[in-house]
Ligand binder design. Structure first.
Ligand code: UDP
Length: 415
């Protein structure tokens, strides 16, 4: 099948860990690769954010990346991209009118906007119905609920996002929590499919090189350094543990650059202030961005991975930790409710509650047998439920289903 993936801000070729480069980049890259491994022909469309990029690049066997000219060819925050979606749609329409894919899968709400616009023009030009499947990765309504006025999304997101949810042929929700939000948008259940994100279980494994570590119990976070990821809460929890006599350290992975270039990261100044206020300067390492290739060794060096976001649309990091056999203590929100199973591969804690996080960590850090049991269960769960091979096969099943529905396409209006 000829599959077009549209990912306006998140290129599979981009570096991870910066403010706007995260799970979506990993997801689109891995999905494209895994679909190609199932013999599908994949083209990924992403915005050109650098003049030096070739228009078309081979990503791997069976996957091509097309850099679409839409707006200035420089990096822009994703919240500034909406005005360029018209130009993005023009380019997609031109390309698909010349050679239509069998199915389009858009990622993030703005990609859906451009995709639906282009698909409508293709339908008009060629007749028929180009099926559109969509993954939101994050919902503006949840972001606004959690971040309030700190949310920098364009105001239009609050009405355009529910609208695209209702206009695409099927929404792929990455967790059950998201499916409930989509129902509230008015998306009928038969047009929602829950397909999680995946993890590369060959890359993230329990055995292999381990990053250097000392005697201290090692707690780790891995994330973009944005406030809602809850790294500050993890620092406060560590301070409570240390004050109660636990010999632990916290390694904070992520940021705009490596550990020597972190000053460019706006969240770092705030975190340094929390570290200073809590008096744990000698217990917290701001490790900076770690290449995805080097991440398994770093994760293996942890006794426990903490994911303490205020909210989390899905959260790939817990899967990566699980695949490496590391237990996870996670906020009881969003995708973390599905991936982390209480007292099986980790523990759930309430959000923004350093006391609760410290209590959960204290119990787990004091119990090596429980940690290894959680670790083994996490690995088993990652392999059976979240391998990319399985996720890609389930995604392709949804593609097949929307293509079958094609005869009935007149039901849906894109206008
Ligand atoms: N990541 C990385 N290096 C870093 C920080 C993050 O490779 O220094 C990767 C991480 O391993 C994961 C992704 O970025 O694959 C983050 O995805 P997640 O869904 O956890 O969060 P998002 O950034 O999408 O909110």
């Amino acid at each position: 099948m000829k599959v077009a993936l549209v990912s306006e801000h998140a290129s599979p070729l981009a570096v991870l860990g910066g403010v706007d480069a995260g799970g979506q980049n990993v997801h689109v890259a891995a999905l494209a690769q895994s679909l190609a491994a199932l013999d599908h022909e994949v083209t990924v469309y992403t915005r050109r954010d650098d003049d030096a990029l070739d228009e078309r690049m081979v990503f791997c066997d069976g996957v091509e990346v097309v850099h679409v000219d839409a707006g200035p060819p420089t990096r822009l925050p994703k919240d500034h991209l909406l005005p360029h979606m018209g130009a993005f749609a023009d380019a997609l329409a031109l390309e698909w009118t010349a050679a239509a894919p069998d199915v389009v899968h858009s990622h993030f709400w703005m990609s859906a906007l451009a995709t639906l616009d282009a698909a409508h023009r293709v339908d008009m030009e060629l007749g028929g119905h180009l099926p559109v499947v969509h993954t939101f990765h994050a919902l503006g309504v949840v972001k606004r609920r959690q971040q309030g006025l700190r949310d920098t999304s364009p105001a239009e997101r609050s009405w355009l996002e529910p609208d695209v949810a209702r206009r695409v042929d099927t929404v792929l929700a990455t967790c059950s929590d998201e499916a409930f939000e989509l129902k509230a948008f008015g998306v009928p259940s038969n047009r929602i499919a829950v397909v999680p994100c995946g993890v590369d279980v060959q890359h993230f494994t329990p055995t292999g090189p381990v990053a250097p570590r000392g005697e201290r119990l090692r707690i780790m976070t891995v994330s973009r350094l944005v406030r809602r990821k809850g790294v500050g809460i993890a620092i406060e929890a560590l301070a409570r543990l240390v004050r109660s006599g636990v010999d632990a350290e916290l390694v904070v992975v992520g940021g705009a650059g490596d550990s020597t270039h972190l000053d460019a990261d706006p969240e770092v100044a705030r975190l340094r202030e929390v570290i200073r206020a809590e008096g744990v300067e000698d217990r917290v390492v701001l490790a900076g961005r770690v290449d995805h290739d080097a991440l398994p060794a770093v994760l293996r060096s942890a006794d426990v991975v903490v994911c303490a976001p205020w909210y989390e649309p899905f959260g790939i990091v817990p899967l990566e930790a699980m695949a490496c056999g590391v237990p996870v203590v996670a906020s009881a929100v969003g995708g973390l409710l599905d991936t982390v199973v209480e007292d099986v591969n980790g523990l759930h804690v309430p959000t923004r509650d350093p006391d609760a996080l410290a209590a959960a960590l204290a119990g787990l850090l004091a119990d090596p047998e429980r940690r290894s049991r959680y670790g083994a269960a996490g690995r088993a769960r990652a392999e059976t439920r979240y391998s990319w091979a399985r996720v890609a096969a389930e995604t392709a099943q949804v593609y097949d289903r929307v293509r079958m529905d094609d005869v009935d396409a007149s039901r849906w209006s894109r206008r």
